[in-house]
Design a protein around this ligand. Structure first.
Ligand code: CA
Length: 228
């Protein structure tokens, strides 16, 4: 399936130009002209990547970026007319992956989009087999081995572990984990995550009370520990 893009831009001509070009390049393209619209589409359509104008009427691109980031790990490219370094830093701090200054060519936009999609997906292909510390996680076979010994996990536990281990050191909130690991329809059951995590630890950790793999980040969620 072709990658799904969401373009957020309040200037209609520019929006249409980008849409036409990127569709011709083979992307599926959704568009929004305001921040509110962008958030609604990002929630319902779950695009792979969002191209987000910084200056929007009403809710700014920064706010939109921050809110998308609360629930999604999709790629975000911020677009701005300004080019100050401080803007770039703010953009990256609030969770944008890349940054493009107007004016830019459509070809450049397209190549940045492809580069970011590669970056986001690159690990995923290798991830068929994850080697982390002394764990081996096979996505294809849904099997986990610790020191060569297979560990039996439930499908939910497996998806949780896989999601965390695929991005070591990255903090995931319970809600993000829930969305990544479970089917839709579990909204509002964030606390059930704790019991899945507890079970995972019991099965994986040498000492579940001082976990090495599935670490708690207080007030945020969980992360897969990086090898020391
Ligand atoms: Ca604008």
């Amino acid at each position: 399936m072709e990658p799904k893009l969401l373009l957020v831009e309040d200037e209609p001509d520019m929006l249409e130009e980008m849409q036409t070009y990127l569709q011709r390049e083979g992307f599926r393209v959704l568009t929004a002209r305001t921040g509110m619209e962008a958030l609604a589409i990002a929630r319902s359509e779950r695009p792979d990547l969002v191209v987000l104008d910084w200056m929007l009427p009403g809710k700014s691109g920064i706010d939109v970026c921050r809110e998308i980031r609360q629930t999604s790990n999709c790629g975000i490219i911020m677009v701005t007319a300004r080019s100050e370094e401080s803007d770039k830093i703010v953009g990256l701090e609030i969770g944008a992956d890349d940054y493009l200054t107007k004016p830019f060519s459509l070809r450049e936009l397209s190549s940045r989009i492809r580069a970011l999609l590669r970056r986001l997906r690159g690990p995923e292909e290798k991830l068929l087999l994850l080697e982390r510390d002394n764990l081996t996680i096979s996505e294809a076979k849904c099997q986990v081995f610790k020191d060569g010994q297979e560990i039996q996990l439930t499908p939910t536990e497996f998806k949780l572990l896989y999601t965390l281990a695929a991005r070591p050191g990255i903090v995931f909130s319970r809600l993000q984990l829930l969305r990544a690991a479970l089917e839709d329809g579990y909204m509002g059951y964030e606390r059930t995550m704790d019991s899945h995590i507890r079970n995972l630890r019991r099965k994986l950790e040498d000492d579940p009370a001082t976990p090495r793999y599935i670490q708690t980040v207080y007030g945020f969620g969980y992360r897969f520990g990086e090898p020391s």
